[in-house]
Ligand binder design. Structure first.
Ligand SMILES: O=P(O)(O)OC[C@H]1O[C@](O)(COP(=O)(O)O)[C@@H](O)[C@@H]1O
Length: 335
C-alpha cells in the first residue's frame, strides 16, 4: 500500500468519492490531531505524572482519572476554535459544550468519549478515544441536548483511536472503514488498511464473564452454548477474550472477527446496560456495519435506536454478523 496520509485519504473522499464536505474533512483532521496529542500524553505515563485519579467525579458518578480530564481538555480546546462545530458533547461533561461566541461556528455536532477503558490506564493496557459526528439541525445556532438526540443512522462520520503498542486511528465517513497508523517520526497518520471487512462467522467472543449471574436468559443461553464448545449444541469450540477497553476489544474484532457483548443485566435493573449510546455504542456500530458486521441492543439495530438522553446507556451486541444475529434471535424467542 503506497504512503497515503489521512489528509490525502480525506481529500480523495471529498473530491473523488464526493462523500464529504470540506469542513467535515477539516473537523476530522482536528480530531486526529487531538488524538495525537492524547497519545503523547499517555505515552509519558508515570514520567509525565498523568497516571492515577483526578479526585473528581464525572456526570456518571465515576471517579475521573487524570487522563480522562487531560484527554477531555485536549479535545475541547482543539475543536472549539476551528469553525466546524455548532457544539460538542463529552462523556466527561453533563451538558453539551457550546462554541464560545468569540469563535466561528460550523454545522456539525461532535460527541466523544475522550478516554475509553479508563480502568486500564494505570496498568498500561490499551485505551482509546471514541468519536461520532452528526449534523446540527438546520437553522439551529445554539444547539442544546435535544439537537444531539439523533439516531446513529444520522452519523456522518465515526471513529476511534487506540493507544496501544502503536497508535491507530480507525475511521468511517460512510464509505467503508479505513485504519491509519501514527508514524511517530513524521507525526502523521498513514493509511495501513482500507475497506476492512469483519468475517461473518467467528469462534471468539468477548464479554465480562464475572457478570454471568446477572445476565438475562437469552444471554445465559447464548454464552453457555459457546462455553460448552464442541460437546454442546454449537459443536465447535469458542475462545474468549476481554480487555475491558471497548476500543481494544472492538479493534480485535475488526482485525479478525468476533462478537463483543455488554448486555443489559439484573445487577442494576434500572440501567439499560453499561455502555453509552451516543459516544460509545453508536460510533462503534457505524464502524462495525461499514465493515460488514452487525450491531444490536439485543432487540433492534443499534443505529435505529431513537436516543432519549445524552448519557443514556444501552445493551451492546456487535461484531461478526452471524453471531450477532443469533444472540439477537435468542432475545426474540418466546419464554
Ligand atoms: O469493567 P468492565 O465491566 O469489564 O467494563 C469494561 C467496559 O467499560 C468501559 O471501560 C467503559 O468505558 P469508560 O472507560 O469510557 O467508562 C469500556 O471501555 C469497556 O468495554
Amino acid at each position: 500500500m503506497s504512503h497515503i496520509s489521512l489528509t490525502r485519504y480525506l481529500i480523495d473522499e471529498q473530491y473523488q468519492a464526493r462523500r464529504i464536505q470540506p469542513d467535515l474533512r477539516l473537523l476530522i483532521e482536528v480530531v486526529a490531531r487531538a488524538c495525537k496529542a492524547i497519545s503523547v500524553a499517555i505515552g509519558k505515563g508515570a514520567l509525565g505524572n498523568v497516571l492515577g485519579s483526578a479526585d473528581a467525579e464525572n456526570v456518571q458518578g465515576e471517579v475521573q482519572k487524570k487522563l480522562d480530564v487531560i484527554a477531555n481538555e485536549i479535545l475541547l480546546e482543539a475543536n472549539e476554535w476551528g469553525g466546524h462545530l455548532a457544539a460538542l458533547a463529552s462523556e466527561e461533561l453533563e451538558h453539551p459544550s457550546p462554541i464560545p461566541n468569540r469563535y466561528p461556528k460550523g454545522e456539525y455536532l461532535l460527541l466523544f468519549d475522550p478516554l475509553d477503558g479508563s480502568s486500564n490506564i494505570d496498568v498500561n493496557v490499551s485505551v482509546g478515544t471514541i468519536f461520532s459526528v452528526l449534523r446540527c439541525p438546520e437553522g439551529v445556532t445554539d444547539p442544546d441536548e435535544s439537537d444531539f438526540l439523533q439516531p446513529g443512522t444520522r452519523q456522518v462520520a465515526a471513529g476511534y483511536a487506540v493507544y496501544g503498542p502503536s497508535t491507530l486511528l480507525v475511521l468511517t465517513v460512510g464509505d467503508g472503514v479505513a485504519v491509519f497508523t501514527l508514524d511517530r517520526e513524521q507525526g502523521s497518520f498513514v493509511l495501513t488498511a482500507d475497506r476492512v471487512q469483519i468475517p461473518a462467522d467467528t469462534r471468539e467472543f468477548a464479554i465480562n464473564m464475572s457478570n454471568q449471574r446477572w445476565w438475562q436468559p437469552p444471554v445465559q443461553r447464548y454464552v453457555s452454548e459457546l462455553v460448552a464448545g464442541r460437546d454442546g449444541p454449537r459443536g465447535v469450540d469458542f475462545n474468549m477474550r476481554w480487555v475491558a477497553s471497548m476500543v481494544a476489544d472492538v479493534h480485535r474484532i475488526l482485525s479478525r472477527g468476533g462478537i463483543f457483548m455488554y448486555p443489559r443485566d439484573n445487577k442494576d435493573p434500572a440501567k439499560a446496560g453499561r455502555l453509552r449510546l451516543m459516544y460509545e455504542a453508536n460510533p462503534m456500530a457505524m464502524i462495525v456495519e461499514q465493515a460488514g458486521g452487525a450491531a444490536t441492543d439485543g432487540h433492534q439495530r443499534l443505529l435505529d435506536v431513537q436516543p432519549t438522553g445524552l448519557h443514556q446507556r444501552i445493551a451492546v451486541f456487535l461484531g461478526s454478523r452471524n453471531e450477532v444475529e443469533r444472540v439477537t434471535a435468542y432475545h426474540h424467542e418466546p419464554g
